[in-house]
Design a protein around this ligand. Structure first.
Ligand code: PLP
Length: 221
């Protein structure tokens, strides 16, 4: 029993007025923790690893909305395509094309967020702002057609830093980009940014979806 119920209630209370969606990040955490939070009313859960997601989805209630938030390899899309609710880390056109192909095979339209690289760190996956704008232009002008993909918005991760001014400016940059692109893609309705350490700031900067793990489930050791 490592679910922090009082943190959960506090976070839900903070997010409800702005209708911000909470994705509970349950990677590495046991089924029983997910079940506990589910019974408190939580329906959106995020996972980073394909195999782990498949096993959990098979074992847990079917009305859970599973978000894939990790780095997704093209050759693994087929395993999650039948049921995934939102793929948050789309970081290449090649991956988008594969998601589209698997969406068609499964006769469904798969929701995706384009991941934008906003932090300074080298290791983070994602498009930079120019690349994501170019891709959106290509799609809206009919240069690439993805009928089985619904691009709902953007996802980003700020620097892991105590410098909240820096984190804030990264969130603001992503939020501006989101608003700009929203004017050309009307299906844009989701800006996913904010984690345990910075979600309040992210919401202030315009986020409407936060991905929170350790505050809910404890630290991942
Ligand atoms: C692990 C993870 C989170 C949750 O991180 P916490 O700091 O535990 O809240 C959020 N987003 C992504 C992409 C992650 O990989």
């Amino acid at each position: 029993m490592s679910v922090n119920r009082s943190n959960y209630e506090k976070i839900i209370g903070e997010l409800t007025p702005s209708k911000t969606t909470l994705v509970a990040v349950s990677k590495i955490k046991p089924l029983s923790d997910i079940q506990t939070l589910y019974e408190l009313g939580q329906k959106d859960f995020g996972e980073n690893y394909v195999q782990e997601l498949i096993e959990k989805a098979e074992a847990l209630p079917t009305d859970i909305r599973w978000h894939f938030i990790g780095h997704l390899q093209s050759n693994k899309v087929k395993y999650i395509a039948p049921f995934v609710h939102l793929i948050q880390g789309v970081d290449s056109e090649k991956l988008l094309a594969e998601i589209n192909k698997q969406g068609k095979k499964n006769n469904r339209i798969i929701n995706c967020l384009l991941q934008v690289h906003i932090a300074q760190e080298e290791t983070k996956f994602g498009f930079d702002a120019d690349e994501v704008s170019a891709l959106v232009n290509k799609i809206t002008s009919g240069g690439s057609v993805f009928d089985n993909v619904n691009i709902c918005g953007l996802m980003g991760m700020a620097s892991f830093s105590d410098d909240m001014q820096k984190v804030k400016s990264e969130f603001e940059t992503l939020s501006e980009l989101y608003k700009t692109l929203q004017s050309s893609i009307p299906s844009f309705n989701t800006l996913s940014m904010g984690m345990s350490g910075d979600y309040e700031l992210a919401v202030e900067c315009g986020s409407n979806m936060v991905r929170i793990g350790s505050l809910l489930f404890g630290a991942r050791l």
